[in-house]
Each structure stands twice: as C-alpha cells, then as structure tokens.
Design a binder for this molecule. Structure first.
Ligand code: CA
Length: 219
C-alpha cells in the first residue's frame, strides 16, 4: 500500500516515514502543499497523511482541492493544533480521520488499516480467499491453518491481489503500489515476488493473464 505523507517538520516526517515503512507501507514524503498537489495529480496513492500547517499551500487548501476534483482518496489529518475548530474544519472539508501530534505510530498504522478496510468494503480485519487468510495488522498469512512466512514485499503484493480478487493488476500498476519514489526496482522484481508467492501458496493461487497482468484465482 502506497501512502503520501505531507509534513514540513523534518524530524516528525522522518519518524513517520521510518515507522510506516517498518509496517510494510511504501511511503512518499513531500514537505509543502504545492508539492503535495503535484504528487496527488501524478501518482496513485492509497492514503494521504496530511499536515495542516504547511508552507506554500495549507493542508486545508490541498484537501479542499482534492475533494473539489472528485477524488475520494482516504485522508488522515496530522496536526499539532489541538484546537477543536481545526479538526472540525478538516473533517468538514472531507478528511476521513485525524490525529493530534504527538501521536503513537502504532495508532497511526492502525487507523490507516481501518481506512483501507473501509475503502475496500471489508468488515472483518483479515482478508480471506480460497483457504488463505491474510491479517494486515498482525502481518501474518495462514494457509489451511499453517503460517506462511512471506517477505515484506511478498506480503504487500499478496494483500494488493487479495483486496480485489476479481481484478487483474498489471505489472506497472503493482510496481506503482509497492514502491515509492527513488526506490530502485529491478525490471523482473514483480515476477520474482510472484514466483515466491506461488512457491509458498501453490502455483495455482496466482494466475498470470498473459499480456495483461496478475490476479488471484477466482473463487
Ligand atoms: Ca506543519
């Protein structure tokens, strides 16, 4: 899952990015409102983490613009301001959730998972498909009752495929979702991760639709 973090405070931004990467998210970080707009118009993200007090363009203006374009991207406001009116304004402008700094990274990660769950229409925290159960919070995958150890990228890729079992995802689309800017991606990286998943979950679990992309076997 790919996140855009908009935060002008270097220490806070670095802490959030490091913590969320450790949770398995791909995190792109920009430090002002205009850079955020550029990123939002050019790249696909799963969640936006948005500070309100930003140089060049306020977080509130970024959020208002996003919703005015009809973009339903889930947004969590991160703000040091504890004034109730700021939070109300943010929520009314289209934010889905907020956290007041300083906050716990575990709580931020849990709120991101909750938003992703709601976005995909799931009610249960774990994703289940054809005998495989993936738990985004615990970072575990079980197949017919047995734990399946996966690398962080294999885990992220499997989650992407299991979120929408009917959808075929192209290699380019998968790369966009698994890797942030400036991350070196080997040309065969996705194939290698798919191969790893097939070895661990069974060759039939993930289908290669020739010339189009990949998907999990339909139920
Ligand atoms: Ca700020």
């Amino acid at each position: 899952m790919r996140l855009l973090l908009v935060e002008d405070d270097a220490m806070i931004g670095e802490a959030i990015r490091t913590g969320l990467k450790r949770e398995g998210f791909a995190v792109d970080w920009v430090r002002d409102g205009e850079a955020a707009e550029t990123a939002l118009r050019s790249e696909p993200f799963d969640v936006l983490l948005l500070d309100l007090g930003l140089p060049r363009k306020s977080g509130l203006a970024v959020l208002t613009g996003l919703r005015a374009r009809g973009d339903a991207l889930p947004v969590i406001i991160l703000t040091a301001r504890d004034a109730v009116s700021d939070r109300v304004q943010g929520l009314d402008a289209g934010a889905d959730d907020y956290l007041v700094k300083p906050f716990d990274l575990d709580e931020l990660a849990a709120r991101i998972r909750a938003l992703l769950r709601r976005k995909s229409g799931r009610t249960a925290p774990a994703i289940e498909h054809l005998g495989v159960i993936l738990d985004p919070a615990a970072h575990t995958v079980r197949r017919e009752g047995h734990a399946v150890p996966l690398s962080p990228k294999e885990f992220a890729l499997l989650q992407l495929l299991m979120e929408r079992p009917g959808t075929i995802l192209s290699r380019a689309r998968i790369e966009e979702r698994l890797y942030g800017w400036g991350q070196e991606v080997e040309s065969n990286a996705i194939e290698v991760h798919i191969h790893g998943l097939r070895r661990k979950l069974g060759a039939e679990y993930i289908l290669n639709v020739r010339g189009v992309g990949y998907r999990v076997r339909p139920a």
